[in-house]
Design a protein around this ligand. Structure first.
Ligand code: C2E
Ligand code: MG
Ligand code: MG
Length: 746
């Protein structure tokens, strides 16, 4: 049997799985948010980088508004004009355009004008030129040279010349600045420089609060500041490095970029958490359902396996479990030798209790018996209920002595009356015992032996125990063989009928009883006491009964004026269609049913079965008479005699045999006869063998007799002869008939 998974182990696995799922969802969302954030940050960084270039371009345009101008050629190159320089370079660039410093150099790169913040002087200006502006100036001069003479530009009428400029990010007194150097060029060519080196305007922009404010406003940057050159303070910050002329990071702009992923995560987090919670709840519910289903399964399986192995009425092990125990006991003796015992137990009067008091009482009796038998068993013995009132015990490691002791205990326990709710009953039990010491034997054989012994115990009069011996086996096998032989005999017509005479008080032949006979080719005559029970057990009784009835019906035509008694077994009469078949046979053979007497035994009446009563009533309505055979040997009760449609009783031959031998025998026979008379029933004595018996039976008031004295069972021809001779004797009272001793005794 497979064990289903335990719910406990599943528990943690399911919880882990759920947690992993939730974690995976959250991790997935976080990764998504991270990537969204990073993309947004990179986009902003690009934007700011481009914006910074655009800003530098703007500043260059602002410087060129002075540098690219005919006036600038006139006032800075052709003739230096201090006033003009103050107005246009100083005021315009510094005050109006917001540059920190504005300088002008002549064609020989000599400072000709400077303007800066309050304390700014010529020395400061020279320092800017020397320390910071030299590379720019060189660059501009290089471009100027590459451009060629400006006069050629105008001669070629190429319009306003392109700006020639250069810029760089640098540090001025530790403060970051952007320097722009722009070559002075005429815009319309009204004035031309006097040499091939024109003046240069240099402007310095501070990267200061105002710059940061401008950038922040323009690109909607939050928290824009100059960050450290080293690693960023927070990885989530956006950074843009500004490089100097040599490509070294001079400063870093740092700001808090937009974080759309985080924003989304934050916005959706309550919903996500809710969903996760719901998912968790759902998962939990499913899990609990599964746990419950598994528990249910385990429980059901346990229940099913209990039911499969235990009897529901008593809770005792059933046949299956008993078989396993038997198997184990065999294995045990196979391993370590020794012997064990198998006991089969049958309650002797269970059927009566069940039939008389009903099934509830029967069940109660079974339970009570189970308790009593269980009480007699040892701790290692297994008591099982095999069905109905059949119990069995395996007594492991038991000798014949042990088994004998146990069997005695069982029989004696059940000999005492058992008190049920329905009253006190005497049950009794029979026990068959088999001692098993042959390890080669199989469980079926062990059981069969105990069962055979049980049959023998019942045969021997019940309320006892019997040990199996091998001779029983031979007998049992003989029965099986006989059954097959009987089957063949019935189909081959080897069964025949004899008739035994019945005479009245005058000694006149009044009827016959049909009795079946079977003579086997090799085994000779087999008595009905042997083959009738075999036929009943095997179901062959239907064929046998039908044959006897048909034969008797057909023979009745040859036996006019004689009543014919036919034995009908209990098994036969319990069949639903018994009455119907009988009626059909009557129709078919055209006999008069009133000439026939069906002999039933008291066993038929037991249990007060309404169906049997109905059958008997139908049979009686058809015209048959009913006789109660072997009266006094069964469980006759006065009430049966009153309730059932009975016409006659046949006093059993055991009472007749006792006449003259036992003191009360005459009184008993007399009582039976008086009872019959009181109930208005006919009565006949069976088994009358001697004249003395005949006289005593007659003295008791019974004139009708059957037995060896009036005549043995004989073939119909003999009966016919007898009837004929009796008819002759009746016609002329003459010498007595020697052969059958009839008439002359009457
Ligand atoms: P039963 O119906 O009580 O039949 C009477 C039995 O007593 C017969 O034995 C008969 O031969 C025997 N008997 C008759 N007179 C005497 C006598 O003076 N002394 C002794 N000792 N015995 C006598 P049988 O023929 O061996 O039949 C035995 C039983 O077998 C019958 O008892 C009946 O129960 C059963 N049986 C016989 N034939 C049939 C049948 O066709 N159908 C059924 N169902 N049962 C039958
Ligand atoms: Mg009979
Ligand atoms: Mg009889």
């Amino acid at each position: 049997m497979t064990n289903p998974e335990r719910p406990g182990g599943q528990n943690s696995a399911t919880i882990l799985l759920g947690a992993a799922l939730a974690a995976a969802i959250l991790a997935g969302l976080s990764v998504f948010a991270y990537h969204a954030n990073r993309a947004a940050r990179e986009r902003e960084q690009d934007l700011v980088r481009n914006g910074f270039s655009a800003w530098i371009e703007e500043r260059a345009v602002a410087v060129s508004s002075i540098a690219l101008w005919d006036d600038a050629i006139l006032h800075l190159d052709n003739a230096f004009d201090a006033e003009w320089s103050h107005q246009n370079v100083g005021e315009w660039l510094v005050v109006h355009e917001g540059f920190q410093v504005a300088l002008a150099l002549d064609g020989a790169d000599q400072l000709i004008f400077s303007r800066g913040p309050d304390a700014f002087d010529g020395e400061d200006a020279q320092r800017i030129i020397n320390d910071l502006a030299r590379p720019l100036i060189a660059n501009v001069r290089y471009q100027e040279q590459t451009r060629g003479p400006i006069s050629a530009h105008f001669e070629a009428a190429r319009g306003i010349p392109a700006r020639i400029e250069s810029h760089v990010v640098a540090r001025l007194d530790d403060a970051p600045v952007v320097l722009t150097a722009s070559l002075v060029q005429p815009d319309f060519g009204a004035a031309l420089p006097q040499s091939d080196r024109a003046p240069i305007v240099v402007a310095v922009d501070a990267i200061d609060e105002a710059f940061l404010a401008l950038m922040s406003e323009r690109f909607l940057l939050e928290g824009l500041k100059l960050g450290p050159l080293a690693a960023p303070t927070r990885s989530s910050l956006a950074r843009m490095p500004l490089l100097d002329a040599d490509g070294r990071t001079l400063l870093v702009l740092e700001w808090r970029p937009e974080r759309p992923g985080t924003a989304m995560l934050t916005a959706f987090m309550p919903v996500i958490l809710l969903m996760l919670a719901l998912l968790g709840l759902l998962g939990w519910r499913l899990h609990m359902q599964r746990v419950r289903a598994t528990e249910h399964l385990i429980l059901n399986e346990a229940r099913a396996s209990h039911l499969a192995f235990n009897d529901s009425l008593t809770g005792l092990p059933n046949r299956l479990k008993f078989g396993e125990k038997l198997q184990r006991s065999i294995s045990q003796i196979r391993k370590s030798g020794g012997s064990f015992a198998v006991l089969c137990i049958d309650l002797d009067r269970f059927k009566e209790v069940n039939d008389t008091f009903g099934h509830e009482a029967g069940d109660e009796l079974i339970r009570a018996a189970a308790r009593l038998l269980g009480g007699a068993c040892g701790p290692d013995d297994m008591l099982a209920r095999l069905g109905g009132d059949e119990f069995a015990i395996v007594q492991p490691a038991a000798s014949r002595g042990d088994a004998d002791e146990l069997a005695r205990r069982l029989v004696s326990l059940l000999r005492d009356p058992v008190d049920l709710e329905f009253g006190r009953v005497f049950v009794g039990c029979s026990v068959g015992v088999a001692i098993i010491d042959d390890p080669a034997m199989d469980a079926t054989e062990c059981f069969r032996r105990a069962d055979l012994a049980l049959y023998r115990a019942k045969d021997q009069g019940r309320a006892r125990h019997v040990f199996f011996d091998i001779e029983m086996d031979t007998l049992a096998r003989g029965r099986i063989e006989l059954r097959e032989m009987l089957r063949t005999a019935l189909t081959h017509g080897d069964v025949s009928i004899v008739y035994q005479p019945q005479v009245n008080h005058l000694g006149d032949l009044s009827g016959v009883e049909a009795l079946a006979r079977w003579t086997h080719a090799e085994r000779g005559a087999i008595p009905p006491s042997v083959f009738v029970p075999i036929a009943e057990e095997s179901g062959l009784i239907d064929a046998l009964g039908a044959y006897v009835l048909r034969r008797a019906f057909l023979d009745s035509r040859r036996l006019p004026n004689l009543r014919i008694a036919v034995n009908v077994s209990a098994t036969q009469i319990r069949k639903k269609d018994f009455a119907l078949n009988l009626a059909e046979l009557v129709d078919e053979t055209g006999v008069d049913p009133s000439r026939f007497e069906l002999e039933i035994t008291e066993e038929v009446l037991l249990g007060d079965d309404p169906m049997i009563r109905a059958t008997l009533e139908t049979v009686r309505r058809l015209g048959f008479r009913i006789a109660l055979d072997d009266f006094g040997t069964g469980y006759s009760s006065l009430s049966y005699l009153q309730r059932y449609p009975i016409d006659k009783i046949k006093i059993d031959r055991s009472f007749i045999a006792n006449l003259g031998a036992e003191r009360n025998a005459d009184a008993v026979v007399g009582a039976i006869v008086r009872l019959a008379r009181a109930l208005n029933l006919d009565v006949i004595a069976e088994g009358v063998e001697t004249e003395s018996q005949r006289l005593r039976v007659q003295a008791a008031g019974c004139g009708d007799i059957q037995g060896y004295l009036p005549g043995r069972p004989a073939p119909i021809e003999e009966i016919l002869r007898l009837a004929a001779s009796m008819a002759r004797a009746a016609a002329a009272p003459a010498p007595p008939q020697a052969d059958m001793g009839l008439r002359q005794r009457a």
